[in-house]
Design a protein around this ligand. Sequence first.
Ligand SMILES: [Zn+2]
Length: 388
Amino acid sequence: MDFSELKKTVDEVELVDGHAHNIVALDSNSAFIHTFTVGAFGDPDAIAFSRHTLSFKRSLRDVAELYGSELSLEGVEEYRRVSGIQSICSTCFKAARISATLIDDGIELDKRHDIEWHKSFTPFVGRILRIERVAEKILEEGLPDGSPWTLDSFTEAFVSKLKSYPFHTCEIYGLKTIAAYYSGLQINTNVTEKEAEEGLIKVLSAGKPLYLLNKNLVDYIFLLSLEVAQSYDLPMQIHTGFGDKFLDLRLSNPLHLRAVLEDKRFSKCRFVLLHASFPFSREASYLASVYSQVYLDFGLAIPKLSVHGMITAVKELLDLAPINKVMFSTDGYTFPETFYLGAKNSRKIVFSVLRDACIDGDLSVPEAVEAAKDILARNAVRFYKITS
Ligand SMILES: [Zn+2]
């Protein structure tokens, strides 16, 4: 079989990146080693061990090769210092060839660049709103007249804040939830106002900085947001699967979303399960096959797993899921190198997975070529309605 057309397609397609985060200045206090780690935050021993993962070694080599720098973390850091942020961003994004990216700016980072700044490196940049961060900011700021919060006043403030965003002018392309990090995906779709109000009181009484560490309140905010998302036909990105240890992995299995997916009130909502739901990729694939409203995104699983892990995760997503529901993203964050690594590895892995699908007899080569364009670009354009 001749795969040259498929190879040419994956190498040349301009990528559409449906999920990423802000880049920070070179002198931010974010440690550069986290370009190559996943999940090992705040624990020096875990960070030291992360240097010995397959993904760390491969990714460090990829970046050192891109820069022509010495093959060591220190060598790459030295190259960054000498080059400056503009130069390394140019190098990374030129090599990544991303035509559009959607940025969830809900992570507060030291010396973070705003969304506008990223437009010098990607022709099109849109924003994704992280609902829990929106809620926390509203509660932290308080009511204008200084009166204490009630559930009613919070609900009104939250919903009108969401609706005040320029959805109609297409600056915002979706909402995002990290409920998995707070209390898990077993959303109680029947959470009562009384339960939510009790949750609100608990959260406020814990003081600032404010975190939504109450399941009833998180579930309530999620349901309020779904109503808004549905009325504006905005997709909801859902963190599923792996992350860091603050997340209970058992509760980030997307199968927990059944109550939400079965709820008639939200039957027209469009959901995208992020991170290939790793290690629940097969569960995610199943959900996308039985629920028309479920879509899949494999950012973070690529590039944070071994080559075997990345290939397996994408193959598992495609075991059952329709090809036109599976999407690339970089899940790039903080460091431009993460965008490069997401892009480079996605091209490589999508080629490998689709080539094998041809060899196995699942796809013809022309079908694989179309699938590559869909997965790496066209599905996200359609799903997020990216028009420019
Ligand atoms: Zn992310």
